[in-house]
Ligand binder design. Structure first.
Ligand code: NAP
Length: 301
C-alpha cells in the first residue's frame, strides 16, 4: 500500500487490529478506527457491529480492513451463535455493501476450513462449507464466502500469537492443572501466525487481487516443542501429558477451555500452504522465538 493512505479499520481496539493500527500509523497511513471504543492508534469513528447498527461512513477511505469479530468459542447452534452471527456475518455484509467500490481486506481465519478433511497441507481451495466445530468457525466461514463473492481480499491466519494476546496463550496457561498440560494425541506440526506478520499482510493485501490467501509464519512448529517453550517463557512448570484423542474428547465441555474446537486445534497436523500470499510479496519475518524473547525481556502481556 503506497503511503499515505486512509485506512478504515474495524477491530482496532482488539488484539490483531491494535497491532495493525499501530503499524499503519507508524508507516504514515491515516487510520479511521470504526468501533465501539476509542483506539490507541487512529481516529475513532463510532460504530457498533451489532444488530440494527447503521453502516459507517466510508467515503474518506482508500481501503477498508475488516478485523472486528466476535471470537468466543461457543457450540454451533447455541444461543451465543445468534450474537456471533450478527457481528461476524450480518455486519460484514453491511460493511461490504457500504464499501462497494473501495478495496476491501477481510480478516478471516483458518477456522473456516472443514476440519473433517485432511489438513496436513491446506491450500486456499480446501472446502469451507461445513463441519465447523463451533459457531465462530461457522459464522466466519459464512462471512468469508460473502467477502469473496463481493470481490474482497480474504486473509486466513491461524492461531495468532504475540504481545497483548488475550486468547491463545491465556487459554493454554489456564489449561495447566496440577503441573500437567493434557494434550490430545502425540506431537503434530501446526501453523501459527505472529500478529506482526498478520499486520504486515493486511497492509500488503490492499494491493492484491481479490481472493483468499493463507497467512502464517515461515514454517510450521512442532506442537510440543512450541508449547514447552511458551510455558517456560511464562515460567510455568508443567509436564505435557499425551492423552488418547478419544479420552480427551470425553473431557470436552466438562472443563472451561476444553472444547471440541480447542482439541481440534491441537490434535491434528494443520499446516497452511502460504505459497499464494508469499508469491504476492508476503514475507513473514517474525516467529515464535522473537515473541518468546520479548517475554524474557519483560513483555509478559
Ligand atoms: N486471534 C486469533 O488467534 C485469530 C486467528 C485467526 C483469525 N483471527 C481473526 O482476527 C480478527 C481479530 O481477532 P482478535 O484476536 O484481534 O480478536 P479480539 O482481540 O477479540 O478483537 C475483536 C475486535 O472486534 C471488535 N468488535 C467485536 N464486536 C464488535 C461490535 N459489536 N461492534 C464493533 N466492534 C466489535 C472488538 O471491539 P471492542 O474492543 O469494542 O470489543 C475488537 O476490537 C478477527 O476477525 C478474527 O476472526 C484471529
Amino acid at each position: 500500500m503506497p503511503p499515505p493512505t486512509t485506512l478504515a479499520l474495524t477491530g482496532a481496539t482488539g488484539f490483531c487490529g491494535s497491532h495493525l493500527a499501530a503499524l499503519a500509523v507508524s508507516r504514515g497511513h491515516r487510520v479511521l478506527a470504526l468501533g465501539r471504543r476509542p483506539p490507541r492508534h487512529g481516529t475513532h469513528v463510532p460504530w457498533d457491529a451489532a444488530a440494527g447498527a447503521v453502516p459507517p461512513e466510508l467515503r474518506a477511505a482508500d481501503v477498508v480492513v475488516h478485523c472486528a469479530a466476535a471470537v468466543g468459542d461457543h457450540p454451533p447452534g447455541s444461543p451465543a451463535e445468534r450474537a456471533q452471527y450478527e457481528v461476524n456475518v450480518r455486519a460484514t455484509e453491511r460493511l461490504l455493501a457500504a464499501a462497494a467500490g473501495t478495496p476491501f481486506v477481510f480478516v478471516s481465519s483458518a477456522s473456516v476450513y472443514d476440519p473433517r478433511r485432511d489438513r496436513s497441507s491446506v491450500p486456499e481451495e480446501h472446502p469451507t462449507a461445513g463441519g465447523h466445530l463451533n459457531a465462530y468457525g461457522r459464522t466466519k466461514a459464512l462471512a468469508d464466502a460473502l467477502a469473496l463473492a463481493a470481490g474482497a481480499v480474504v486473509l486466513r491466519p491461524r492461531a495468532v500469537y504475540g504481545p497483548g494476546d488475550p486468547h491463545l496463550v491465556p487459554r493454554l496457561l489456564a489449561a495447566v492443572r496440577g503441573g500437567v498440560l493434557p494434550l490430545p494425541g502425540g506431537d503434530v506440526e501446526l501453523s501459527l501466525t505472529a500478529v506482526e506478520n498478520l499486520a504486515e499482510a493486511c497492509l500488503l493485501a490492499a494491493g492484491w487481487p481479490p481472493g483468499a490467501y493463507n497467512v502464517a509464519d515461515r514454517a510450521p512448529y512442532a506442537r510440543d516443542t512450541a508449547l514447552r517453550a511458551v510455558l517456560a517463557a511464562h515460567r510455568r512448570r508443567a509436564r505435557l501429558l499425551h492423552v488418547p484423542p478419544r479420552l480427551a474428547a470425553l473431557a470436552a465441555g466438562r472443563r472451561p477451555h476444553v472444547t471440541a474446537y480447542a482439541l481440534d486445534q491441537l490434535a491434528h497436523r494443520v499446516v497452511l500452504d502460504t505459497r499464494k500470499s508469499r508469491s504476492r510479496g508476503f514475507t513473514p519475518v517474525r516467529d515464535l522465538d522473537d515473541y518468546l524473547a520479548g517475554i524474557g525481556a519483560g513483555d509478559r502481556a
